[in-house]
Design a binder for this molecule. Structure first.
Ligand code: EPZ
Length: 414
């Protein structure tokens, strides 16, 4: 539970350091279940989703130790999780499936309850496990899997990030070679593959549509630092494109952010890259067309923040959300702030350039919440984002402090 109060103010100035990526560290935490060795992450972001997943892997027999900025994970004797509660706290809980099945020969996950942005099925995860030889039973709201895994060939109907990660982890200890066709290509997939390789896995093709995993008998511990968060960095780029100014994002990896950076440059924001980060200057000037796609397309996680840029930019912008079926929940809240947005199914048409009005708004999901804080940066009057579910802290480490350090007038109410 948190409430953020935002007032419009001066353009953003200064520099911020990008934290390690939420969507990279979460699968790496579950990968620690694959070995009895110690997996050390030197710098772990402080996020509610990380805490929730650490609690869950702890229920699976993993010894989780916080050591300064880092964490160490060691699973000498893996077990099936007992409580459904820990499995429901984060969507990433589904990622214990592959590691437990590979290490224990059995796994149990809750049927996904879906979440705000969509139904979030796991059929592709299960299709992959079945192709590796698992037997699957739905029982009392749980999905139970068992079997000794052998290599197989899987075609993913959709380049699902989570399914690619689960299958890659399961295949790393399967007997034989596994090929995943139409695999997801996100940087977080490559990062997980690199971490698994550091643990002794044999993986080729990560980042391409065809992933090949040659199973090994066992994996060992490793020290691995995940990549910086391209979505946090992208959200801050959008903040600068909304409020104007000149900010430096230390640690940002432009090569992971091409779609966003091109779109912002087309809209008139000046982006300069340098070893170790990037600089963002000036408000967006021109309307845009954004179509969310799997990587390397425009990331769905930046659709809401980018729509706030469009609200502040004169002209007609068009957004098409192709990944999730219900990812426009920021729109009713933006409309309460005076935004002019028409929605037809998965298409949103924004008439931008009209000043937004500060208002009391809700926080329907993680990225919508961040977007509404960005909307408050230029709205007339005070905006209060009421994050009753604590969404923002799930995916951004001290987001209010990061923005305040750049000169934004954002504060977390006690
Ligand atoms: C990951 O979710 C990210 N989460 C999401 O970030 C991100 O939006 C998403 O990938 C897309 O990039 C983590 O990495 C923890 P998918 P994931 O499987 O793996 C459908 C955030 O804000 N699908 O690639 O759940 C699914 O319904 C979060 O940080 C199936 O139909 O995404 C969706 O429409 C939100 N069957 C599409 O595929 C399946 O078995 C993409 O889902 C699996 C997915």
């Amino acid at each position: 539970m948190a409430t953020f109060e935002v007032e419009s103010g001066a353009p953003l100035m200064g520099e911020a350091t990008v934290h390690p990526a939420k969507n990279a560290v979460l699968p790496i935490i579950t990968a620690s279940l694959l070995t009895d060795g110690a997996l050390h992450v030197p710098d772990m972001p402080e996020l509610a989703d990380v805490r929730a997943l650490c609690e869950l892997v702890g229920e699976c027999g993993c010894d989780v130790r916080r050591e300064g900025d880092g964490m160490t994970f060691q699973t000498r004797t893996p077990t099936l999780p007992s409580s459904a509660h820990a499995m429901r706290c984060t969507r990433a809980s589904v990622l214990i499936m592959g590691p437990l099945l590979a290490r224990l020969g059995s796994a149990r996950v809750t049927m996904p309850g879906g979440c705000a942005i969509g139904q979030r099925p796991i059929d592709l995860h299960l299709k992959g496990m079945a192709a590796l030889g698992a037997e699957i039973v739905n029982r009392q709201g749980f999905v139970e899997l068992r079997g000794t895994l052998r290599g197989g060939v899987i075609y993913l109907d959709l380049p699902s990030v989570g399914a690619t990660e689960n299958i890659m982890m399961a295949a790393s200890l399967a007997d034989g070679v596994t090929r995943i066709e139409n695999a997801a290509k996100e940087p977080e997939i490559v990062d997980l593959a690199q971490c698994l390789s550091a643990m002794g896995a044999q993986i080729q093709g990560a980042g391409t549509g065809t992933l090949v995993v040659r199973g090994v008998k066992r994996l060992h511990g490793a020290v691995y630092q995940p990549i910086p968060d391209r979505i946090e960095a992208g959200t801050l780029c959008c903040a600068a494109a909304v409020a104007g100014g000149n900010i430096l994002l230390r640690g940002a990896r432009p090569e992971h952010m091409r779609a966003l950076l091109f779109k912002l440059q087309e809209a008139g924001t000046v982006i300069s890259e340098f070893p170790g980060g990037l600089r963002v200057r000036g408000k967006a000037q021109w309307p845009m067309e954004v179509r969310t796609m799997s990587y390397p397309g425009f990331p769905t996680d930046l659709q809401a923040p980018m729509m706030v840029v469009a609200c502040n930019t004169p002209g007609t912008s068009v957004f098409l959300e192709t990944i999730f079926e219900n990812r426009f929940m920021h729109i009713p809240e933006l409309t309460r702030m005076g935004a002019s947005i028409r929605v037809e199914d998965r298409v949103a048409v924004i008439e931008g350039g009209y000043p937004l009005q500060g208002a009391q708004v809700g926080c329907p999901d993680l990225r919508s919440g961040a977007a509404l804080i960005l909307a408050g940066l230029t709205a007339e009057g005070v905006t209060r984002v009421e994050d009753a579910q604590g969404h923002i802290d799930r995916g951004y480490e001290r987001f209010d402090q990061t923005l305040s350090s750049l000169g934004a007038r954002v504060r977390r109410l006690p």
